[in-house]
Design a protein around this ligand. Structure first.
Ligand code: 13P
Length: 250
C-alpha cells in the first residue's frame, strides 16, 4: 500500500515566530489525523526551531529546495547535508516557482534528487504544465517528459524513496483547481510512465500528490481519485485548521 501524504509548502511566508506557532498548531491538531503522513516545509530559516516544535510528533519536516553541490563556495545556497543535520526527511524539488523564477532545469534536478537520495532525504519532485501548454493540449507530453528527464535516471530501488507532486501551474495560487478528472488522468499517466520504466509494482507503490488551490472544500473529491495519494498544499497550509481539515478528507 502506498503512503498517503499531505504536505504543506509554506513558500516564503511567515516570520520565524509565526512559523513556530503554526508548527505547534499543526502538531496539536495532528492527533486527529489517521492514516496520512503530515509533512511541513517551512523556509530554511525556520527549519531548526520548527524541528524542535515537531519533536515527539508524527509530523515530518521538509525543506523547500536544496543546492546542487555538496558544500563549498556557493554563497546563499543550502546543502542537503545541512537540511539532513537539522532533521529534514523530505525535500521539495523542482517546484514550478523555482523552475520559472530561478532557472531550475531538469538537468539540475537530476543532481539534486541524487544528492538528496544519498542522504536518505526523500525528494518530493514537482511536475506540471503551464496554462499555455494545457491550452495547446500538451499537458501529458510536458508532464511525462519532466518525469522521464529526472526520474528515468534512477534505479527502481531509488524510486522507492521518491514522491511525485503534480502541480498544474495554472492552478497554483489562482483559486482554479484542476477538476478531479483532470488531475486523475494526469496522475494515471504519471503512474503509467513510471510503470513503463520501473515495472508495475514500483509505479503502484509511488505516492503521487496533487497541488494547486487544494483546500478543505475540494480535497475530498480530489483524494477520492484512484491515483491521487494526497496533496501538496500552499495557501491553505498556512492555517493549521485548514491544513488538518484537508488531511482529514480521506
Ligand atoms: P496553492 O495551494 O497556494 O495553490 O499552492 C500550491 C503549491 O504550489 C504547493 O506547492
Amino acid at each position: 500500500m502506498r503512503k498517503k501524504i499531505v504536505a504543506g509548502n509554506w513558500k516564503m511566508n511567515t516570520t520565524v515566530p509565526q512559523g513556530v506557532e503554526l508548527a505547534k498548531e499543526v502538531v496539536a491538531l495532528s492527533k486527529d489525523v489517521k492514516d496520512c503522513l503530515l509533512v511541513v516545509a517551512p523556509p530554511f530559516t525556520h527549519l531548526a526551531p520548527v524541528a524542535e516544535a515537531l519533536k515527539g510528533s508524527k509530523v515530518a519536516l521538509a525543506a523547500q529546495n536544496c543546492a546542487d553541490h555538496t558544500s563549498g563556495a556557493y554563497t546563499g545556497e543550502v546543502a542537503v547535508d545541512m537540511i539532513d543535520s537539522i532533521g529534514c526527511t523530505y525535500c521539495i524539488l523542482g517546484h514550478s516557482e523555482r523552475r520559472q523564477y530561478y532557472g531550475e532545469t531538469d538537468e539540475k534536478l537530476v543532481v539534486k534528487v541524487k544528492l538528496a537520495l544519498e542522504k536518505n532525504i526523500k525528494p518530493i519532485l514537482c511536475v506540471g504544465e503551464n496554462l499555455e501548454e494545457r491550452e495547446a493540449g500538451k499537458h501529458f507530453d510536458v508532464v511525462t517528459s519532466q518525469i522521464k528527464n529526472v526520474l528515468y535516471t534512477l534505479t527502481a530501488e531509488e524510486m522507492k524513496n521518491i514522491v511525485v507532486a503534480y502541480e498544474p501551474v495554472w492552478a497554483i495560487g489562482t483559486g482554479k483547481t484542476a477538476t478531479a478528472e483532470q488531475a486523475q488522468e494526469i496522475h494515471a499517466a504519471i503512474r503509467k510512465c513510471l510503470a513503463d520504466k520501473f515495472g508495475a509494482q514500483v509505479a503502484e507503490d509511488t505516492t503521487i500528490l496533487y497541488g494547486g488551490s487544494c483546500k478543505p472544500s475540494n480535497a475530498k473529491e480530489l483524494f477520492a481519485q484512484k491515483d491521487i495519494d494526497g496533496g501538496l498544499i500552499g495557501g491553505a497550509a498556512l492555517k493549521a485548521a485548514d491544513f488538518i481539515a484537508i488531511a482529514q478528507s480521506y
